[in-house]
Design a binder for this molecule. Sequence first.
Ligand SMILES: [Zn+2]
Ligand SMILES: [Zn+2]
Length: 89
Amino acid sequence: MKPIHIDECRCKRGQPLKYYCAQDNCQIHKDDIFSCELCIEDLMKRKEPHINFFVSHLMDEVKGRWNTLNEKRSNCTGKLLLSTLLKKL
Ligand SMILES: [Zn+2]
Ligand SMILES: [Zn+2]
C-alpha cells in the first residue's frame, strides 16, 4: 500500500498543503478538505466566505491516526480514509 500523499496540493501546482477547510457542509471541499496557498487565494477571489485553518498542527494527529488505522485496514484509498478521519476530528 502506498503512503498517503498529504504533501502536495491536488491542484498540481507544486504547492505544499497549508490549509484545510473548516467549513461545515462545504461543497467545494467535501471530497478533499486540504488546500495550498494558491487555492485559498483563488477562493478569496470568489468572495465567498470560507473558514480555513492552518494544516500543520492537524497533521501530526492525522498521521498518528492514519498509522493506527493502517494497521487495521488495507483496502481503503488514502483519500477516502483521510476524509473520514477528518470528519471525526
Ligand atoms: Zn471548503
Ligand atoms: Zn492547490
